[in-house]
Design a protein. Structure first.
Length: 330
């Protein structure tokens, strides 16, 4: 057999094998996956201030979770249309007391979040421009309704869902679940005499307990968003046993939330999802898109028994209804 004929025969055999493999493992259609896009401070990295995630339902509904400081306001080109905003609690790094002007400013360890969004917040600015619903629990909806009104938005877009309840918005079922943390509104978000009195007293205004969320998407995927929390019994009794969450977004930053080993216990023994995305690491977790040795993120990866998908800013991950990552994960 000539070399040319041999190469042609091998190529044809390879193509046939690929066709057979494609038939055996059909691709998941784009309209059957939930897309998750991290919006961090530095493209392709997981950095110290990164909180924000955008979830896109197969039906097109887009949900922004904890906009924080790394979304460059409502005109951030990565943001797209936002239908729903979730806020786990009122701390500045989650609601957004300041923000980046654009990506890749400063360092991954200390991004330049030098645009003030006070007293409204990054969350409100994004919500007003998108006419988005803000879905929260506790006493947070009244606060956001007032903020929306003051900014020229519709106060009716601030919607309540308390523990044990459920709202369906845009085809996605949303409920809040307990989180153990604090939830005070800084006087910097307030105006008038109350703001001055609180500032002088060194206290914040309480808006009830913080929350996590459980989302059920139209493809059946159930996602647990931990918010800032310590270990809670509800992570097993409610999140696992009742809602049966399959994908978790777990805060691992320590001091302010569960640390990497505590978060690993939550994942391995309490929630027991099929996959997890770490969040709120409070460190420059990656360099060149690779997890750095000695980081909290590396320790969490090593301690968890399920796949860990690191949220690299701007890199979209796609999950089917069983929490299998079908594209974009590493």
């Amino acid at each position: 057999m000539s070399q040319g004929l041999f190469r042609s025969t091998v190529a044809m055999a390879g193509a046939s094998a690929c066709l057979l493999l494609g038939a055996a493992l059909p691709a998941v259609a784009d309209d059957h996956v939930v897309k998750v896009t991290p919006l961090g401070s530095h493209d392709g990295e997981f950095c110290s201030r990164d909180r924000a995630l955008v979830f896109e339902d197969p039906n097109g509904t887009r949900i922004l979770y904890d906009a924080g400081r790394t979304v460059a306001g409502p005109d951030d080109p990565r943001l797209g249309k936002v239908d729903i905003i979730l806020v786990s609690h009122m701390h500045g790094d989650h609601i957004g007391d300041q923000r980046i002007s654009k990506t890749n400013q400063g360092t991954c360890a200390s991004p330049a979040t030098d645009v003030s969004t006070l007293p409204q917040s990054n969350t409100i600015d994004i919500a007003v421009q998108n006419n988005a619903k803000i879905v929260t629990g506790s006493e947070m909806p009244a606060f956001f309704a007032a903020k929306l009104k003051n900014a020229g938005g519709d106060p009716a877009n601030s919607m309540l869902v308390r523990f044990g309840g459920e709202r369906e918005v845009g085809g996605v079922a949303i409920t809040t679940v307990p989180a153990v943390h604090s939830n005070g509104v800084s006087p910097a978000f307030l105006t008038g005499p109350l703001a001055e009195h609180l500032k002088a007293a060194g206290v914040a205004a309480s808006v009830g307990p913080p929350t996590g969320y459980v989302l059920e998407f139209s493809n059946g995927l159930v996602v647990y968003l931990s918010g800032d929390t310590g270990i809670t019994a509800e992570q097993e009794l409610v999140v696992k046993d009742h809602y049966k969450a399959e994908l978790a977004v777990m805060n691992i930053g320590d001091t302010y939330t569960t640390g990497p080993t505590q978060a690993a216990y939550v994942i391995n023994d309490l929630v027991q999802p099929k996959a997890v995305i770490p969040s709120h690491a409070n460190e420059p977790a990656t360099s060149g898109g690779k997890v750095q040795e000695g980081t909290r993120t590396a320790l969490f990866q090593a301690s968890v028994k399920v796949p860990v998908y690191v949220p690299l800013s701007g890199r979209t991950m796609a999950f089917d209804g069983s929490a299998s990552c079908v594209s974009g994960c590493q």
